[in-house]
Design a protein around this ligand. Structure first.
Ligand SMILES: [Zn+2]
Length: 277
């Protein structure tokens, strides 16, 4: 009986360990695994690119260091370690590694970036590819500079707004331009930042559900970037950077906001309905 129990225990342990190892190297736990296996590897001064040899070229990613320099400059922060970018062979593999159906994904802790190999972008649409990568680099930079406890509950509107603003993404492909955002806000379309949720607790609140156009996600990102732009125009870039640094290092976001801008976030929002002059 004792021997039987021991066999069951050892078998269970073996199974749990095997599943854990499989998911660390090949599945959902990949973003947190220190090793990346099964890919070719190419290192630049500031990044490590993982790709498959059958991807005909990743040459357009070789300029990633200049994107990294730009992101560090605009956020006034430095990466703590090399940025890892995993380019999967296709969407299926990408979903398995990143744990998400989104095309460009950055996971917390190490700030590892995942994307599938997209031939049309790698070959011809290099500019939008770089813009999206720059957006992800903003997430990666913040993830490398924030503790998990502070990241948990961090406002998603600011993460996405800052990434979209710093990559100048409004107006690229499906992302509405700033003018379109302001025109829609004047029509009464406004996605409330609180309705987008927090890190680890995403929600789709009333203003998201009531948004009347089919480009909800695109619009939300462009609108949030307009809010960051509005903060910079009204109060200066220095304060926006102070807000970023305080909220990732020492203070909850809303409290940092009211200290730096001497206005409650909700009161600021109620005045956010006209384009900057
Ligand atoms: Zn994003």
């Amino acid at each position: 009986m004792k021997k039987q129990r021991k066999v069951i225990l050892l078998t269970t342990l073996f199974l749990v360990l095997s599943i854990g190892l499989y998911h660390s190297f090949r599945g959902r736990l990949h973003p947190f695994c220190p090793w990346v296996i099964g890919f070719d590897k190419l290192e630049t001064r500031k990044a490590v690119l993982y790709y498959h040899a059958d991807c005909s070229t990743i040459s357009c990613l070789l300029t990633i260091d200049s994107l990294i320099n730009t992101v560090e400059k605009t956020h006034e922060l430095s990466f703590k370690r090399k940025v890892e970018v995993v380019v999967s062979a296709d969407r299926k593999e990408h979903e398995r590694y990143s744990g998400s159906s989104g095309t460009f994904i950055t996971q917390p802790l190490k700030g590892r970036i995942y994307l599938p190999y997209l031939e049309e972008y790698f070959a011809a649409k290099v500019q939008p590819l770089h813009t999206y990568l720059q957006h992800e680099l903003s997430h990666s930079l913040i993830y490398q500079n924030i503790s998990i406890s502070r990241l948990w509950g961090y406002p998603l509107w600011f993460l996405e707004g800052l990434a979209t603003y710093s990559a100048d993404m409004a107006g690229v492909e499906g992302y509405p331009s700033k003018d379109t955002v302001w025109a829609r806000i004047s029509e009464g379309c406004f996605i409330h930042p609180n309705d987008w949720g927090r890190f680890g607790m995403p929600v789709l609140g009333a203003s998201v559900k009531q948004y009347p156009y089919p480009d909800t996600y695109y619009f939300a990102y462009s609108e949030f970037s307009c809010m960051v732009d509005d903060l910079v125009r009204k109060y200066g870039k220095e304060k926006m950077i102070k807000l970023l640094h305080a909220s990732i290092r020492s203070e909850p976001f809303k409290s940092a906001f009211s200290t730096i801008y001497t206005i409650q976030f909700e009161d600021y929002l109620s005045g956010f309905h006209k384009p900057p002059a």
